[in-house]
Ligand binder design. Structure first.
Ligand SMILES: N[C@@H](Cc1ccc(O)cc1)C(=O)O
Length: 422
């Protein structure tokens, strides 16, 4: 199977310019391709994963990927796929973000191996040096305003308004493509489906600046937008975006995101996000059909993704926490694992080494009054470290601590509270 066939089988192609030409080009030669990432936050998120993994897929198929970080374009703001003007970020802030993003990209793509020749570039290096006169003469002259107005990214904004700054964005991305085409022999740009307009604008510029009679080999390819069967937005949870930075989204939360995939989505996610062979994914699809309650496919997906993004050790920890929470073995957890697994749970700091359960429930705001606390305990609604406690005279002491640091109280089925011993 060649790379295009593999991508097709995984439903990873949204649009391509010149299908046949590109397929032949990839079959005939080692192709240098690029994808750009603008620093719009201090970390990449799960929505960036598909294009990053695309670069990796091409690298594994013997081609040469270049990851471009938009230190320059990030200062301007891409209107593509957005219905509102972006806020400009400070230059020094954007520069910080560029560093984080370069680090994150290098977790996926091997930029150190000279043989493979993959690299990271930053368009600030050339865009910041370009004069306005050169931009208008050498780039702007090749684009008619009519052509620019007809792009989705601009057309969809005419009503709400678009600044001249964002309107110009496509010229900068086009210039990147032209420059990388000339200096790095880049002949393919890939991106998310919202990048189609910018990518084809770049192809237009490459064509217009080429020598007469010269055969131009330059192509574009976009990946589809990932959708979910329930109609909610992919990559967003109640807690916000799923980030690739473990300080913003812990490996445990990351694991949970994937393990909770809907039965109707999991096979699609396995195909487009993992590198598992398609035959293996077919086997997992059978599991979803025949034994959906086992969630074998979801666990495999979460395992592959957490390992890929955060490494083996982080995966082990995420699995341990998940297992402990699921089976009620929370006493086995370490202090750090409790902190991670119960990050969003209300926490109460307890100084006394012993305390009556009723008083604790009231002081920690677990029960609304002493009367309520007594009722909760007698009703069997109170669990200490996942063990039901119905003794009204119970005292919490050192034996109730997990890793000498925490006691976990549960009220009812799902409401967890963390008692932190200080
Ligand atoms: N415009 C792209 C990022 C990008 C920047 C510069 C490029 O040359 C290419 C791509 C995005 O917002 O996702």
């Amino acid at each position: 199977m060649n790379i295009i066939e593999d991508l097709r089988a995984r439903d990873l192609i949204n649009q391509m310019t010149d299908d046949e030409g590109l397929e032949n080009h990839l079959n005939e030669s080692r192709v240098t391709l690029y994808c750009g990432f603008d620093p719009t936050a201090d970390s990449l998120h799960i929505g960036h994963l598909l294009p990053i993994l695309m670069l990796k897929r091409f690298q594994e198929a013997g081609h040469r990927p270049i990851a471009l970080v938009g230190g320059g374009t990030g200062l301007i703001g891409d209107p593509s796929g957005r219905n509102e003007e972006r806020q400009l970020n400070e230059e020094n802030v954007v520069q910080e973000w560029v560093k984080n993003i370069e680090d994150q990209l290098s977790r996926f793509i091997d930029f150190t191996d000279d043989q493979k020749g993959a690299k990271v570039v930053n368009n600030y290096d050339w865009l910041s040096k370009m004069s306005i006169i050169d931009l208008l003469r050498d780039v702007g002259k090749h684009f008619s305003v009519n052509y620019m107005l007809a792009k989705d990214s601009v057309e969809s904004r005419i009503e709400n308004g678009i600044s001249y700054t964002e309107f110009t964005y496509m010229l900068l991305q086009s210039l990147d493509f032209l420059r990388l085409n000339q200096e790095e022999d880049v002949s393919l740009q890939i991106g998310g489906s919202d990048q189609w307009g910018n990518i084809t604008a770049g192809l237009e510029l490459i064509r217009r600046t080429s020598q007469e009679g010269e055969e131009v080999k330059a192509y574009g390819l976009t990946v589809p937008l990932i959708t979910k069967a329930d109609g909610s937005k992919f990559g967003k949870t109640a807690g916000g975006a799923i980030w690739l930075d473990e300080k913003k989204t812990s490996p445990y939360e990351f694991y949970q995101f994937w393990v909770n995939a809907d039965d109707r989505d999991v096979v699609k996610f396995l195909k487009s996000f993992t590198f598992l062979p398609l035959e293996e994914i077919d086997e997992l699809a059978k599991e979803v059909e025949e034994r959906p309650e086992q969630r074998v496919a979801q666990r495999r997906l979460a395992e592959e993704m957490t390992k890929m993004v955060h490494g083996e050790e982080a995966l082990n920890q995420a699995q341990r926490i998940t297992h402990a929470l699921f089976n009620g073995d929370i006493k086995e957890l370490t202090k750090e694992e409790v902190e991670v697994g119960f990050k969003d749970v209300p926490t109460f700091e307890l100084e006394e080494s012993e305390k009556g359960l009723i008083d604790l429930l009231v002081e920690a705001n677990i029960s609304s009054s002493k009367r309520q606390a007594r009722e909760d305990i007698s009703n069997g609604a109170i669990y200490i470290n996942d063990e039901r406690q119905q003794d009204l005279k119970y005292f919490i002491d050192e034996n109730d601590r997990i890793d000498d640091a925490f006691t976990i109280i549960r009220r009812g089925k799902k409401k967890y509270f963390l008692i932190k011993h200080v």
